[in-house]
Write a protein that binds this ligand. Structure first.
Ligand SMILES: Cc1cc2nc3c(=O)[nH]c(=O)nc-3n(C[C@H](O)[C@H](O)[C@H](O)COP(=O)(O)OP(=O)(O)OC[C@H]3O[C@@H](n4cnc5c(N)ncnc54)[C@H](O)[C@@H]3O)c2cc1C
Length: 447
């Protein structure tokens, strides 16, 4: 099993496409595409993944990084969605080097659900997650502003989304999956027997093509753009919403638990999540027109700061060390992005499967559904239980840039900044990291 994936492997993967016919070509190397190629490679299907930027460069590095059932979805009566997400959470918790349990503290005040709703909701959440635990409210004894009456504790989980994607990509490569980053799909020649994707290696600006029987459009918020490149129609029920997070160092009263509260400005549920040496706070939920609409306006940052300052008055605009955002791919309708379902939908037309919506948490379920459709169509069978498995385990530290390059095929400065999580977890290392990354790229002949 190959577990070194370098730029040399990438070159041989691109060269190999000339003489290969694949069963499945996956477009998009976010968590959904990565989970799919990982699973397909584990059941012996010849699959290739093409990612126009870097793996996890899209929404799958801009999430809140929670592996959760979503209390909010339960409150919206999406009971099956919550149960399914909690099953996936429980499954993923077995990979303790990637997914960690977190204690959440949900605050009770004039803006929250009331005490009765919260204890009933959390009881159901616990039961759906497989625990018969009766929740109790703990009174605020001065840990929070006096407007907070108390809190309930519950357990959920978190991950690092970029790292989770990379572990799926690497697990796929170990099983013979072909994964190519910086490879943009720009068109399709569709014959009766085979589909030929036109692809551009954006590092060398050279075209190549990929022949495959099935195509999976896992382009997240770019799903409609990719459909157009594949000569299909845009889906009008597909919506995009931007979510912004801020990163701060600590509050004046340091916290170790994650906090959930509702903004006094618009009632939106917000998370305060301690991660390594920082605290991540978010998020917003604002409809946008384009998947490239990623620059968070100042008012979104102000909104987050003002919302959290009600709970922790020491925070101000000057506390913000960095910001990050992602664009949610959503399937549904309505004028309030917070009310559009977070479930996913699959559609298959002429051997092209399109994936609309979904969460990080249920990527495994999406992958199993896609695999079922393909296995059935190919007249094959395979056990999907407990899959996709994570077979790879990273054995180097976040700032070992040479290892990111030589073992996991990082190609550019941006790839390394993202994969090392500099802007999110270590923003004060920004300038040092850029310098060290430039040196590492030069050492590896990538600059
Ligand atoms: C603010 C925010 C918070 C969130 N929080 C959570 C959370 O806490 N927990 C949770 O479970 N979910 C969360 N989500 C949802 C989750 O992040 C997304 O549903 C998930 O990351 C989508 O993954 P994806 O693979 O579909 O899309 P992406 O990660 O965007 O991947 C799609 C990929 O396709 C590539 N691509 C596009 N066009 C082409 C092309 N022509 N050729 C080749 N490649 C192409 C893109 O470069 C991109 O990398 C959150 C989302 C947001 C925005």
């Amino acid at each position: 099993m190959e577990n070194n994936f370098s730029y040399a492997s990438r070159k041989s993967f691109i060269d190999g496409t000339k003489n290969s016919d694949y069963d499945v070509a996956v477009i998009g190397g976010g968590i959904v595409g990565a989970g799919i190629i990982n699973l397909l490679s584990q059941i012996g299907i010849r699959a290739i993944l093409l990612e126009k930027n870097d793996f996890a460069a899209g929404t799958s590095s801009g999430s809140s990084k929670l592996i959760h059932g979503g209390l909010r979805y339960l409150a919206q009566m999406h009971i099956k969605l919550t149960r399914d997400l909690l099953r996936e959470r429980n499954f993923l918790l077995r990979y303790d080097f990637l997914v960690k349990p977190v204690n959440f503290r949900i605050l009770v005040d004039d803006y929250s659900w009331n005490r009765f709703e919260l204890s009933l909701g959390l009881f159901m959440y616990n039961v759906l997650g497989g625990h018969f635990k009766i929740p109790h409210m703990v009174k605020n004894h001065g840990e929070f502003d006096k407007s907070i009456r108390g809190y309930f504790d519950y357990l959920d989980a978190m991950t690092d989304d970029t790292t989770l994607v990379m572990h799926n990509i690497m697990s796929a490569v170990m099983k013979g999956g072909i994964c190519i980053n910086h490879a943009e799909v720009v068109g399709l020649r569709d014959d009766k027997n085979v589909k030929e994707l036109h692809v551009v290696d954006t590092i060398k600006n050279e075209p190549f093509s990929v022949r495959s029987k099935y195509i999976i459009n896992a382009a997240g918020p770019w799903v409609n753009e990719v459909s157009v490149a594949l000569n299909l129609k845009k889906d009008e029920k597909f919506l995009l919403s931007r979510g912004t997070h801020i990163v701060i160092k600590q509050f004046d009263k340091p916290i170790t638990n994650a906090i959930v509260f509702r903004s006094h400005i618009d009632g939106r549920q917000m998370f305060v999540i301690p991660r390594e040496e920082v605290i991540i706070i978010g998020t917003t939920d604002v409809f946008v027109k384009s998947p490239e609409d990623t620059v968070a306006p100042e008012e979104e940052i102000d909104y987050i700061v003002k919302s959290v300052a009600r709970i922790y008055p020491s925070i101000s605009r000057g506390s913000v060390l960095s910001t990050y955002w992602g664009i949610r791919p959503l399937y549904g309708a309505g004028s309030d992005p917070g009310k559009v379902s977070r479930d996913f939908k699959l559609a298959m037309i002429n051997n092209i499967i399109e994936i609309l919506g979904g969460k990080i948490t249920d990527y495994g379920k999406v992958a199993r559904k896609v695999a079922k459709i393909i296995l059935k169509d190919m007249g094959k069978s395979a056990s999907l239980r407990g899959k996709p498995e994570i077979l790879y385990k990273r054995d180097f530290s976040f700032d070992n840039y040479d290892m990111h390059i030589m073992k996991e095929c990082a190609m550019t400065e941006e790839d390394l900044m993202r994969r090392a999580g500099i802007e999110i977890y270590h923003p004060w290392l920004r300038e040092t990291a850029k310098k060290e990354i430039k040196e590492a790229l030069a050492r590896n002949h990538l600059s």
